[in-house]
Design a protein around this ligand. Structure first.
Ligand SMILES: Nc1nc2c(ncn2[C@@H]2O[C@H](COP(=O)(O)OP(=O)(O)OP(=O)(O)O)[C@@H](O)[C@H]2O)c(=O)[nH]1
Ligand SMILES: [Mg+2]
Length: 621
């Protein structure tokens, strides 16, 4: 088969925070992608607002760098796809693998392989993509390079890598410093080469050039969707066979089976951080096409004379769901939201589906509420966060797991949970996981005072886990999860051990009332916050809910007050983020999300109605 010797397509895959985006940054710098003195920020590939804020990659993105081959074979273009490391965005990684001919598996020199390392490596091995192992952050004071390399070999074997696959090259990197070497540095030391050339050279040798069939008709598959203010919707494709030209007629083979003849009005390729127009692209190139209004992931652009569709794209099924509906609280529309109607919410959710194949949207009994299913809580929370920034006001239900029924048996999703904590928290972590039906499968002591625990645990048990985990390990613990298939329903699980403090009438919270209430539990709001009946204002330290009057004013007396009287000492409230609010929610609660606030509330706001439901439930029991 002929090859494109001038081209390499590689994806960088790893567990979250192991330094993928930082490495891509350094590769761009060292290939002259940024002009001297041009404004430059760290981690340029994390270009989304939320990505920068959270410091994580959410969408896979590609860039291209030019290299001069060291063996004298001329100029070379390396297309690099940066992928997200968080498990919830695994769908992005799966699609990124369709665009490349090999991967860089990046592993932190101290943390070693973690659940998402396993996930991405499994996908890469299944796709039979050659792997270059990069041991990154060798400069970390707690680096343990030899152990980590051994753990990587063990992981390959565990994933049934064959002889060929296990013969991967290893490059040692400190991506923040932009340095690499083929020799192993001492733990905590920089790689000995002053730049990334050893990595680039290894990529050119170990990542195969794209192959194609001579004279084959055009086939290109859409693996990602993007949008630009000038061009509208953009389909990102890899050209698998043939040539595509600007202005050419192609057969657009849609997912529904129909074939539309259409003209390629815009054809672009990526150069460093920009997309530049080109007249033609060939097999192996990663391209962007515009002009097809509803082009969708998985569709094929083919030769109109000889249209052959490529395999549809499949990704792992969603495991977590929550309801998304219009804001039905008494404060709806008061926080400056501009998108309040069911029609707007519906259209927005439908649009999300087009670019996000790991999500699903289902109808519910209510015409103004939908069930949204995704890979994990974070993926769903990101969608809600994005929508609120676009001006939406929403009511979000407590996250639930997506169950299945097989042969009359109820199944639920499980996760593999890996926890790194200082030894002294072993007891705390096992205690946390016992009621969540977690089964410990492995415990390793690195001899550094830290231990690694591995659990098999129902996804249901992990909803709301993170906050408790951080509290119980005093913020030191690191936990990561990986979807581990469906298993038999694990039975009843106790949810939150505490109840809620619920406002019982509308008004504004007063310091006077809050002072009396702070003994009952933890408050979530500040004085003068507007509340409504049924809004959750705090956590009760006891198990049941308590309706409270948080708007009560101090009775005025005839006596002149000394100013000291007015100063009550309030404990600072626990302000909950959107994600924390979703975690906190119990079954009869939901979260009201507006552009400026996230408020937890009862599903049923009316106090009397809630009391009646409660007593009915009690009578039944
Ligand atoms: N000590 C050290 N820290 C590094 C190195 N490379 C990256 N980091 C740090 O590791 C953190 C994570 O880096 P990112 O590049 O965002 O990691 P990522 O793999 O892209 O993360 P996700 O995209 O969210 O999965 C940042 O704080 C970096 O500064 C390195 O070589 N040495
Ligand atoms: Mg990243």
């Amino acid at each position: 088969m002929p090859i494109r010797s001038d081209l390499r397509n590689v994806a960088i895959v790893a567990h979250v925070d192991h330094g993928k985006t930082t490495l891509v940054d350094a590769m761009l710098w060292q290939s002259g992608a940024f002009r001297e003195g041009s404004a430059h920020t760290d981690r340029v590939m994390d270009s989304g607002d939320l990505e920068r804020e959270k410091g994580i990659t959410i969408l896979a993105k590609n860039t291209a760098v030019h290299r001069h081959a060291t063996d004298g074979s001329g100029d070379l273009i390396i297309n690099i796809v940066d992928t997200p490391g968080h498990a919830d965005f695994g769908g992005e990684v799966e699609r990124a693998l369709l665009m490349v001919d090999g991967v860089v598996l990046l592993v932190d020199a101290s943390e070693g392989p973690l659940p998402q390392t396993r996930f991405v490596l499994r996908k890469a091995l299944q796709a039979r993509l050659p792997v270059v192992l990069v041991i990154n952050k060798t400069d970390r004071a707690d680096a343990r390079i030899d152990d980590v390399v051994d753990e990587c070999y063990a992981l390959f074997l565990d994933l049934d890598a064959d002889d060929e696959q296990i013969e991967f090259p290893i490059v040692y990197c400190a991506s923040r410093a932009g340095r690499a070497s083929l020799h192993k540095p001492a733990n905590g030391e920089m790689p000995d080469h002053h730049n990334l050339d050893p990595l680039f050279d290894t990529l050119m040798q170990a990542i195969p050039a794209p192959t194609y069939t001579d004279g084959a008709p055009l086939q290109a598959q859409v693996t990602n969707i993007d949008a630009s203010p000038f061009l509208g919707r953009i389909g990102m494709c890899r050209v698998i066979e043939g040539t595509i030209r600007k202005g050419q007629q192609v057969a657009w083979m849609k997912l529904d089976g129909s074939i539309v003849k259409t003209k390629i009005t815009e054809l672009l390729i990526t150069e460093a951080l920009d997309r530049v127009p080109v007249d033609e692209a060939r097999a192996g190139d990663l391209i962007a096409v515009a002009g097809m209004a509803d082009i969708t992931i998985g569709e094929t652009l083919a030769d109109p004379e000889n249209p052959v569709a490529l395999q549809p794209i499949t990704v792992d099924e969603p495991a977590i769901s929550m309801t998304v509906g219009i804001n039905t609280s008494p404060l709806a529309g008061r926080d400056g939201g501009s998108r309040l109607t069911a029609r707007q919410v519906k259209t927005r959710l439908e649009n999300e589906l087009i670019g996000n194949v790991s999500m699903r949207v289902l109808l519910t009994e209510r015409p103004d509420t939908w069930e949204v299913q995704g890979r994990g809580e974070l993926a769903l929370a990101i969608l809600v966060e994005t929508m609120r920034r676009e001006g939406f006001e929403l009511t979000i239900g407590k996250p639930q797991v997506v169950t299945r029924e097989v042969d009359g048996k109820k199944l639920e999703p499980f996760e593999r949970l890996t926890v790194d904590v200082p030894e002294e928290y072993l007891g705390a972590v096992t205690q946390l996981l016992a009621p969540r039906k977690g089964r410990m499968e492995n415990m390793t002591n690195h001899g550094t005072g830290w231990i690694r625990l591995e659990f098999h645990v129902p996804s249901r048990g992990l909803i709301g886990f993170r906050t408790d985990f951080l509290t119980d390990t005093r913020g030191t613990g690191i936990a990561s999860t990986l979807f581990d298939g469906y298993g038999p329903w694990a039975g009843e699980m106790r949810s939150r051990a505490t109840g809620s403090l619920v406002a019982h009438r509308p008004g504004r919270a007063t310091p006077f009332a809050m002072f009396a209430l702070q003994e009952r539990g933890t408050l979530f709001i500040t004085p003068t916050t507007e509340v409504y009946e049924g809004m959750v204002v705090g956590e009760n330290s006891r198990q049941d809910d308590m309706d409270v009057n948080i708007t009560k004013e101090k009775k005025l007396t005839n006596m002149r007050q000394s100013s000291g009287d007015e100063l009550v000492h309030l404990i600072p409230p626990r302000a909950l983020s959107l994600e924390q609010s979703l975690e906190f929610c119990s079954d009869d609660e939901c979260v009201e999300v507006t552009p400026t606030s996230a408020r937890i509330r009862k599903l049923v706001l009316n106090q009397g109605e809630r009391a009646r439901t409660r007593s009915k439930a009690k009578n039944k029991a």
